[in-house]
Design a protein around this ligand. Structure first.
Ligand SMILES: *Cc1c(COP(=O)(O)O)cnc(C)c1O
Length: 411
């Protein structure tokens, strides 16, 4: 089920304080998810979540994760700056490389971050930009298809990321000669999955590979990084991931390969983004236009520039009309934005209650990869972001852009 934890009263009060459209984030919800995740992995003495900054890059949110004992996963110069301004340093930052300007390694190394190398050629780049650290992580790409049961979850063979197994064996030996003392292993093989066997299967693959590489290369495995990919139920009726069960599943794999987890032999890290904040954000927008031609259209004051996932992937985001949750969904609408692009829609043929102009529409599950993917096409500007605090106040954590912001980079 999409997240219905906030009453309509909250959205209505927020819309009295801030002009629509805006993204509203629920601090209490984000904290409770972080705590449930930490509890699910509490059997591992050295577990840490590194929130994927790209999912929701706002310092007010990143500081919540700092409070909850999490680190951050960054993969660009600006994300490193965000981590720095939010108070993160050293090994609480994971820097995930992939075809990036070499100078970004210098910055990551100056912060003392853990660097996750995406390719064997990154060894020489890192040596020249910050030097080879004692602990270094490499990203694994097993190739082929990645399956859970009978389902194909992803096609690593077609993915630009990571090293082959043969490259890891060669690369780790080189890294050892260059001064590395231990290594970490990372892989990201399925995106947005609520299949509870994903993390356990991935953990088993990385634990086995780590144990094999330790023997072959003579470097100890310091940690396994399970990365992101745990999904959320965007559609009504879809089950949520069972995080406690997922933690238990990873524990069984740990015990199979390394024995009693209290030995603290190998640390575990994750870089969840969507799972952490996705359900705790909503895009609040207002119906401002109605049009009946071959179909019925409701135009709202948000557009794909504020939430690109439906336009880009045809992704489903649940929508409810404020104050009409219990009304019968006896009208069928396309809910659209105002871009001059026919894919600028938040919903296609969606059964909803009858909508009047001025109604507030709440688009669910926008807390990850929502605002963050925003853009300015058609001269449409990015919206505000508002935090609904654990104390029940509304705090503006990013103002809406103005035309002045749009013109500021012109020369
Ligand atoms: C995007 C990304 C994540 C987060 O993915 P989610 O699907 O939001 O969990 C984690 N790690 C890396 C390296 C990523 O690129």
């Amino acid at each position: 089920m999409p997240n219905f934890s906030l009453n309509d009263d909250v959205f209505i009060r927020a819309a009295e304080k801030f002009p629509t459209p805006f993204h509203l984030y629920d601090e209490a919800g984000i904290r409770s998810t972080a705590r449930a995740l930490n509890a699910a992995f509490s059997w591992c003495p050295d577990y840490q979540e590194y929130f994927a900054v790209k999912a929701l890059p706002n310092p007010a949110i990143l500081k919540i994760f700092k409070d909850e004992g999490c680190g951050l996963d960054c993969s660009s110069e600006c994300e490193l700056l965000l981590a720095e301004m939010s108070g993160f340093r050293g090994q609480d930052i994971m820097f995930s490389a992939n075809a990036m300007p070499p100078e970004e390694f210098d910055h990551a190394m100056a912060l003392g971050a853990i660097v996750n190398l995406d390719d064997i050629s990154d060894i020489d780049i890192l040596a020249a930009h910050g030097g080879i650290p004692e602990t270094v992580c490499v990203r694994y790409n097993p190739g082929g298809d990645f399956t859970l049961g009978n389902a194909i979850m992803g096609s690593p063979g077609d993915s630009k990321y990571g090293w082959t197994k043969e490259q890891i064996a060669v690369g780790l030996k080189r890294l050892k000669e260059m001064g590395a003392k231990r290594f970490g292993l990372h892989a990201f093989l399925a995106s947005c999955t609520t299949d509870n066997s994903y993390y356990p299967k991935l953990a088993g693959i990385l634990f086995d590979l780590g144990a094999e590489m330790e023997k072959e290369c003579g470097l100890p495995l310091a940690f396994v990084n399970l990365s992101g990919g745990i999904g959320i139920p965007y559609r009504p009726g879809e089950p949520a991931a069972d995080i406690q069960g997922i933690g238990e599943g990873v524990r069984k794999e740990y015990e199979r390969v390394f024995g009693d987890p209290t030995n603290g032999r190998v640390a575990i890290k994750s870089e969840l983004g969507r799972y952490m904040t996705g359900p705790h954000g909503w895009l609040v927008t207002r119906a401002i236009h109605e049009k009946k031609i071959h179909k019925d259209y409701i135009g709202v004051d948000a557009c794909a520039a504020n939430l690109m996932r439906p336009a880009m992937y045809g992704a489903y985001h649940h929508i409810h009309v404020c104050g009409k949750r219990d009304y019968p969904a006896d009208h069928v609408y396309d809910v659209t934005g105002c871009l001059c692009e026919n894919n600028d829609k938040f919903a296609w043929d969606r059964p909803l209650p009858e909508i009047q102009m001025g109604d507030l529409l709440v688009i669910h599950d926008t807390g990850a990869h929502g605002f963050a993917m925003g853009y300015q096409y058609n001269g449409r500007l990015r919206s505000a972001e508002v935090l609904y605090t654990a104390e029940g106040d509304f705090r503006l954590i990013r103002r809406a852009e103005t035309p002045q912001d749009y013109f500021t980079t012109l020369v």
